[in-house]
Design a protein around this ligand. Structure first.
Ligand SMILES: [Zn+2]
Length: 231
């Protein structure tokens, strides 16, 4: 069962900087620097781990008193795995687990999220897939990591655009912020349910203590060779 921090570390999805200035640290997609990095790429290569994660997340929802019976659909951005392929497996597995629990159909929808320096959006080529959302369906947001809520907000907007209802909770593998809730458009408090919560420190380039020590920052998705050497 993949239900704790050690499992993530063992799988290689959670990387922590040693403190040595020779070892590169991380530049996140937000542009901020950090001494820790998470992506679910290793986990996403294992069907068994994905199913375990979905089962864990369902249990967390149930224990938190969320009305699972009401969920009609899971929706989220596709998650990029190690080979750069976008995976929908977590979103699919979550729908399947809900279906097993409720004995009624639960559908799923996802699209490719494009991240640019100061903005992110769903790829127009893929957003048409979100039109699979039916009017007034209760949609649960599923994502790999909760950081600032940008991705949750983007997904919620798409759900609303296609006539769905945003369930006031979301599931993620990791919550790397210190917040447990995200206020969407000043109208809906979305509670974040995660398998693991770790506050990961981030800094702007100017204030990054690792840069000050002479270290360099790499983008884990692009500098895969350097990543492989050091982590
Ligand atoms: Zn730095």
């Amino acid at each position: 069962m993949m239900n704790n921090f050690e499992q993530f570390r063992k799988s290689g999805d959670y990387l922590v900087h040693s403190g040595s200035s020779r070892q590169p640290h991380f530049r996140l997609t937000s542009g901020l620097h950090s001494n820790a990095y998470f992506n679910a790429s290793c986990l996403l290569n294992s069907d068994f781990e994905i199913r375990s994660a979905a089962k864990d997340l369902l249990k967390i929802l149930r224990n938190s008193g969320v009305n699972i019976q009401k969920i009609d659909r899971t929706v989220g951005p596709r998650i990029r795995n190690k080979s750069g392929v976008y995976s929908t497996r977590l979103i699919e597995s979550m729908a399947l687990e809900i279906e097993k629990e409720t004995k009624r159909p639960c559908h799923w929808t996802s699209a490719v999220k494009v991240v640019e320096s100061d903005t992110s959006y769903f790829s127009p080529g893929n957003s048409s897939k979100l039109s699979g959302i039916h009017n007034l369906e209760n949609c649960l947001i599923v994502d790999d990591v909760f950081t600032s809520g940008k991705s949750i907000a983007l997904t919620a907007e798409m759900i609303e655009l296609y006539g769905g209802r945003v369930v006031p909770c979301a599931v993620t593998l990791l919550n790397r912020s210190s917040e447990k809730k995200f206020l969407w458009k000043n109208k809906l408090d979305i509670t974040i349910h995660s398998i693991m919560s770790i506050k990961m420190e981030t800094w702007t380039e100017d204030e990054c203590p690792l840069c000050k020590k002479g270290g360099i920052a790499i983008c884990p998705r692009e500098d895969t060779d350097k990543l492989a050497v050091w982590y």
